[in-house]
Design a protein around this ligand. Structure first.
Ligand code: B1M
Length: 235
């Protein structure tokens, strides 16, 4: 999108904030991790909230990558470079999003389902949940039914979160939920699902408790459903 030599002449401190965010999106698209980190730091130094830098800079940049990937303008190697730049920027924001000092309000086990290696969005959910005071056990990518069941047995979470970014992997969520039912533990745990190809109807169909459009919705939904569950168990 940009020529690297152009970047060398750019003084980011002289840019307006919208220009800085636009450059961050372009550098993410081009996979320039070091530049993205500099721009994230500059945006924070200007007083932007970590959440705004995340959504208006990094997530917005990744959306353009997604469109061009779909349209055959970008290919896997370029998208991997963009993902690396996104992760570098997220690493700067991670401690800031997690530093609310909120007491632990619940436990969550989360992972991307079997056959799927997309983890950027799921990792964002982890960051936001931790920031909101949840203890999160992140199982990473490509998790089988047994991986989820094992982690549930080990950590006894209030919430199970599953992520899928492919239409071919999202049906696997149903298998995990069926396994919870077969073990007789489905009603002991709140199941939240998310990922770009999902929607509310799908979540309802597989009998998840809720579909979460994004990380902020995941936090809100988790808090709400945990409160409901606890008030029911007190009653
Ligand atoms: Co892939 N990929 N990819 N990819 N990739 C998509 C998903 C795709 C939509 C691109 C496209 O065609 N436009 C398409 C899927 C089409 C489909 O199934 N309908 C696709 C494809 C086809 C593929 C491959 C098959 C390509 C190939 O090999 N030919 C392959 C599959 C590999 C596999 O998994 N087996 C593949 C590979 C890759 C890379 C490895 C190159 C890379 C992943 C790197 C990584 O994650 N470490 C990659 C990327 C980066 C993408 C896109 C461009 C971006 C995904 C992303 O990170 N978005 C993506 C296009 C797109 O989604 N627009 C695409 C940013 C992220 C912040 O958003 O992940 O949606 P998202 O997460 C959001 C919400 O969805 C929600 O909250 C998050 C934060 O707000 N959320 C949850 C997500 N998980 C949640 C869990 C929850 C709650 C909320 O639990 C409670």
């Amino acid at each position: 999108m940009t020529d690297e030599s152009e970047n060398e002449e750019i003084n980011i401190q002289e840019m307006t904030t919208p220009e800085l965010l636009e450059l961050m999106q372009e550098d993410l698209y081009d996979g320039y991790a070091d530049e993205v980190v500099e721009e994230v730091n500059e945006a924070l130094a200007r007083g932007m909230s970590p959440y705004d830098v995340l959504t208006q800079g990094l997530v917005a940049g990744m959306e353009v990558v997604g469109v061009d990937f779909r349209d055959g303008i970008l290919f896997v190697p370029e998208v991997l470079m963009a993902a690396k730049a996104m992760k570098a920027g997220m690493e700067v924001l991670r401690p800031l999003l997690a530093e609310t000092g909120a007491p632990t309000i619940g436990k969550m086990v989360i992972g991307t389902v079997k056959g799927d290696i997309h983890d950027i969005g799921k990792n964002l959910v982890v960051m936001m949940m931790e920031g909101a005071g949840f203890e999160v056990f992140n199982l990473g990518i490509n998790n089988s039914v047994d991986d989820f069941l094992g982690a549930i047995a080990e950590h006894q979470p209030d919430i199970l979160g599953m992520s899928a970014l492919l239409t071919t992997t999202m049906p696997y969520m149903r298998e995990v939920i069926n396994a919870l039912k077969a073990k007789g533990i489905r009603n002991d745990i709140i199941v939240l699902v998310g990922g770009a190809p999902l929607n509310e109807a799908f979540a309802e169909d597989i009998e998840a408790d809720a579909y979460c459009r994004d990380a902020a919705v995941a936090v809100e939904t988790a808090k709400k459903l945990i409160q409901i569950k606890r008030s029911k168990s007190r009653a």
